[in-house]
Ligand binder design. Structure first.
Ligand SMILES: [Zn+2]
Length: 139
């Protein structure tokens, strides 16, 4: 089943947030989180221990709504427009091979860091990437 987008968000009383869409495996719900909005992916079969994936957005309901509306979770690992990924491991779309450009590696701040770097000073993903490259030595 491809992503089903709701015409209007569905209130989720447990998470005190709004479900924007769902697919075969997950519900996609945004919640207030301090100064941010967090989009969370809740497993349909087992959400007893929380959510599988999360992405932090600016406190802008339109921004997260648009990001989910434009996202195809079948072929795209993650939505766009967030500034922090608080969860691990990174989500992998079931048919991610169909969209290799979109699915290039992104750091925890949402940047395609291997091409564009990251605006965050001392981005951990860049440091770890450089450490690995260094450990391997010259090719
Ligand atoms: Zn980064």
């Amino acid at each position: 089943m491809p992503m089903q987008h709701h015409d209007s968000p569905i209130l989720d009383p447990h998470w005190e947030g709004y479900e924007l869409a769902r697919d075969d495996t997950h519900r996609y719900v945004w919640i207030w989180m301090g100064f941010n909005i967090r989009l969370i992916a809740l497993s349909l079969s087992d959400d007893a221990f929380g959510y599988d994936h999360g992405w932090c957005y600016a406190r802008d309901v339109e921004l997260v709504t648009k990001a989910v509306a434009e996202w195809d979770p079948d072929t795209q690992d993650e939505p766009m427009g967030w500034h922090k990924r608080p969860t691990w491991p990174t989500r992998q779309a079931p048919r991610r091979d169909e969209n290799p450009d979109y699915n290039r590696a992104r750091c925890e701040h949402g940047s395609y860091f291997l091409d564009n770097g990251c605006r965050v000073l001392n981005c951990r993903d860049i440091r770890e990437h450089e450490d690995r490259a260094h450990a391997k030595g010259p090719a």
